[in-house]
Design a protein around this ligand. Structure first.
Ligand SMILES: [Zn+2]
Length: 140
């Protein structure tokens, strides 16, 4: 049900921005998904159609932009895009690497009808779950 919460977050952000833009109808949403993110496009579209019904975003078209994985070698600092069967660093052959790009999922922009013809660029991060690793509780 991961995709449902993603779709709900996207809807919430989109409606918020549509409201600020004067209440125009939302026609398009542009979502960026890293190749590592375990998110299925069709599932989001499925939930989207259900939860957006009756809102300003009803019938909006979802666009998915997949961004390729990028790794960073922890031994020489080389940044590279691994292939499916070769994850090692192409510069030094090192196997110690981390994923620096590819796990993200966010709403890049939305298109709103009538009021604003231009796309509003927003940085709303709609994915909490794949970022839990970097979030810590600083309880005293
Ligand atoms: Zn290297």
């Amino acid at each position: 049900m991961h995709e449902l919460s993603v779709a709900e977050s996207a809807l919430k952000i989109a409606l918020h921005h549509a409201g600020e833009a004067g209440g125009g109808r939302i026609t398009d949403l542009y979502l960026v998904i890293g190749e590592m993110a375990s998110i299925v496009d069709d599932s989001i579209q499925f939930y989207w159609d259900i939860i957006s019904e009756g809102t300003l975003a009803e019938g909006a078209q979802l666009h998915f932009h997949r961004i390729p994985i990028e790794m960073e070698c922890l031994e020489c600092g080389e940044r590279y895009q691994p292939t499916r069967d070769e994850m090692a660093c192409p510069a030094c052959g090192g196997m110690h690497c981390k994923v620096v790009v590819g796990e993200e999922f966010y709403l890049e922009s939305i298109a709103i009808e009538d009021v604003h013809q231009k796309e509003d660029s927003i940085g709303g991060d709609v994915n909490d779950e794949t970022h839990t690793g970097s979030r810590k509780n600083n309880e005293r």
